[in-house]
Write a protein that binds this ligand. Structure first.
Ligand code: ADP
Ligand code: MG
Length: 257
């Protein structure tokens, strides 16, 4: 069964459509890459799936039930998002930020217990930021902060994980490790994960399926080999490329020409 399903979803911020007629679904254990140029509606799509924005038209279903009938806390118990922008007003420690991920699983006035601390610790180890535990979130590099936000999302123990350009500040090793981590969480723990990324080659290596957006609509959808073609990338990004195959993994490789 689809954990997430969007049925004819459109969204407008006021002037024109940011998303139009979106039909898509993602299952348990699936890793789906979302690609598309700046302004094509990728972040808006995630805000709709996370319930931060209500569709102007259409319905979002989470595990078969309309998202609109759920409270924020109920949604947060099932869906975690690593947002594109992040800003912390207070100099929380890394550990505190990761523990915030436990919030949807707590009652009012209920403090973190040993289980929460253990889950937070494991999440920090998985995203390789456990050595930063006592540091202030304000004193980290972009890549370190991104790994902390990934840990916070994992500590939330979601069924659906949405990550909006999570590899932007990561170096080449952490980019690969990030995709390996998410890929193993999907296959071993049955997580359903949607990743927005401009790392088209890496997304092609690890994602089961790619959805390509253009001007708020789905332009192409299918396996990486079906979607990541010279024609599609050239047309959607307006940039001539030659897509061939990575000689080792045999997955699509984008060469700018
Ligand atoms: P992407 O993540 O693919 O770069 P977005 O979903 O952020 O694209 O934006 C899609 C479109 O919606 C863009 O044209 C953008 O300018 C517009 N948009 C995004 N956020 C807002 C907002 N808060 N108010 C008005 N327009 C917005
Ligand atoms: Mg965006």
């Amino acid at each position: 069964m689809a954990l997430i399903r969007l049925s004819d979803v459109s969204y407008t911020y006021g002037a024109g459509y940011a998303l139009q007629g979106i039909n898509m679904a993602a299952r348990k254990g699936e890793l789906v890459g979302i690609i598309g140029p700046n302004g094509s509606g990728k972040s808006t799509l995630f805000k709709i799936i996370d319930g931060l924005l209500r569709p102007s038209q259409g319905v979002v279903y989470l595990a078969g039930l309309p998202l609109a009938r759920k409270t924020r806390k109920q949604i947060a118990g099932q869906v975690a998002m690593v947002p594109q922008e992040n800003y912390f007003l207070f100099p929380f420690s890394v550990k505190e930020v990761v523990l915030m991920g436990r919030f949807p699983h707590k009652g009012i006035f209920q403090f973190e217990g040993d289980t929460d601390l253990k889950i937070a610790q494991e999440a920090m180890e998985l995203s390789k930021c456990d050595h930063l535990g006592d540091r202030s979130i304000h004193e980290l590099s972009g890549g370190e902060r991104q790994r902390v936000l990934i840990a916070r999302a994992l500590a939330q123990e979601p069924q659906v994980l949405l990550m909006d350009e999570p590899t932007t500040f990561l170096d080449i090793r952490f980019r690969k490790e990030f995709f390996e981590l998410v890929s193993s969480l999907c296959s071993q723990r049955g997580l359903c994960s949607l990743v927005i990324s401009h790392d088209i080659d890496l997304a092609s290596m690890y994602c089961h399926r790619i959805i390509m957006l253009k001007e708020g609509r789905i332009y192409a959808e299918g396996s990486p080999t079906e979607v990541v073609t010279s024609e599609n990338i050239g047309e959607v990004f307006g940039c001539p490329v030659l897509v061939d195959k990575n000689p080792v993994t045999q997955t699509p490789r984008v060469n700018i020409i």
